[in-house]
Unconditional design. Structure first.
Length: 189
């Protein structure tokens, strides 16, 4: 079934890869402006969800290439550093858990799987990922969302999200303490 160009839910068109003289993809120069990628309400980057390949052979050459290229691309487009976080996942270190939580939701909306782990944003990687396909998809989703967070999200929204994250943590701690308090009372009875 052909994609309707006027359908706002249709995935965005793919930008061509730009290369450096040494043959590497120049991730930081892929788009004329990251603002074009970060427009609110724009279409998702992918048509279907890209999932982490948790059963990947982490020692395969193709997996190591995907890890290296996604890490390099994420740094070029966002200034954030990524490390491996178990089979199928890379962890992107972020300044706050509120940023991570916002990015997770925004990246999932781009049809790229993402998870939160404290101040680490987890993004997918796999040995079957190709440069012009999945590798580019992950980097583009991170570029689009981190640029929007860094350059366009109003400070008062970031502050509200930070308070929500703190409140959520207080709630989790309180529930944990209540659980142990009730358990202790039941044991004493």
């Amino acid at each position: 079934m052909p994609v309707d160009a006027n359908d706002k839910r249709a995935p965005m068109a793919s930008a061509p890869l730009k290369y450096r003289e040494n043959g590497e993809v120049s991730w930081g120069e892929m788009w004329a402006s990251f603002c074009l990628l970060a427009l609110e309400g724009g279409p998702p980057h992918r048509g279907t969800m890209l999932y982490a390949q948790e059963d990947a052979d982490v020692n395969s050459e193709s997996y190591r290439f995907a890890v290296k290229e996604i890490r390099r691309g994420i740094y070029e487009v966002s200034g954030l550093r990524a490390t491996t976080a178990g089979p199928g996942w890379l962890a992107v270190e972020c300044p706050s858990s509120s940023m991570v939580n916002w990015l997770v939701e925004a990246i999932n909306e781009e049809n790229v799987q993402a998870r939160a782990d404290g101040t680490r944003l987890l993004v997918p990687v796999g040995e079957s990922y190709t440069l012009k396909g999945e590798i580019k998809n992950v980097i583009t989703a991170v570029a689009k969302t981190t640029h929007y967070w860094q350059e366009h999200l109003p400070p008062e929204v970031k502050q509200t999200l930070a308070w929500q994250a703190r409140f959520g943590e207080w709630q989790r701690r309180l529930k944990g303490r209540l659980f142990y308090w009730r358990r202790g009372r039941e044991a004493a009875a």
